[in-house]
Design a protein around this ligand. Sequence first.
Ligand code: B1M
Length: 213
Amino acid sequence: MTLEERLANYVVEGSKEGLIPDLEEALTKYPPLEIINGPLMTGMEEVGRLFNLNELIVAEVLQSAEVMKAAVAHLEPFMEKQEGSRKGKILLATVKGDVHDIGKNLVEIILSNNGFHVVNLGIKVPPEQLIKAAREERPDAIGLSGLLVKSAQQMVITAQDLRAAGIDVPLLVGGAALTRKFTSNRIAPEYQGLVLFAKDAMDGLDIANRLNK
Ligand code: B1M
């Protein structure tokens, strides 16, 4: 197997044995984000495919998630950091009913490495908690993540509740359950402020940087 195949395979197999030396080797060839977005994501997509076919059970998917998290944690110190600049504050949450947090945590790493102050509220965050945090933290933007189909609908509800609470800071939304079209047709009309879709964590950073200007 090539190095890239081995990296994808650790995620598919949910095994960490040999992972760190292979990540070290990969770092001599690629920047950390390319390793995540390339072979590690390829592995995660395969996990999703096998899970869909009932060839993996939830416990096995959880092990794959642990491998992905360990890999991201190992690569994080090698990511580019913008020192010194202090940008806006962003509240980040996975929406109510959804536990998926690998993508959201990647967004946190990338935003905070690039000068943003991120307050990560975690997973399964109901609108009430988000409203309370928004009143206390006074963020410049709120980032919502969701991977389940029902999470897309939950984003609509969250946008409605935030609006009813008088919150109108820009909303940055992302996650596999969403599309740009759903964002502009279904979420944006329910909110007072801007609603912007990010296809991945780097896109999220680009949008946050544009909002910061
Ligand atoms: Co779940 N799961 N899962 N799962 N899981 C999916 C999402 C699924 C597509 C798998 C499948 O069936 N093929 C499917 C959803 C089906 C649907 O709704 N249509 C699914 C299901 C069904 C479930 C359960 C219901 C299974 C069950 O219990 N029977 C259950 C749900 C529990 C719940 O949420 N209430 C469940 C549970 C789990 C685990 C706990 C085992 C585990 C999550 C562990 C964790 O996150 N801590 C898990 C995993 C790992 C997956 C897959 C395999 C991988 C997700 C992942 O981490 N990807 C996933 C299939 C897949 O996606 N291929 C699947 C890597 C991550 C980096 O990508 O999060 O998409 P992602 O983030 C991307 C972009 O989306 C974007 O940036 C990132 C890239 O840079 N992004 C943002 C994300 N958030 C953003 C926010 C932004 C900007 C960009 O701004 C704020």
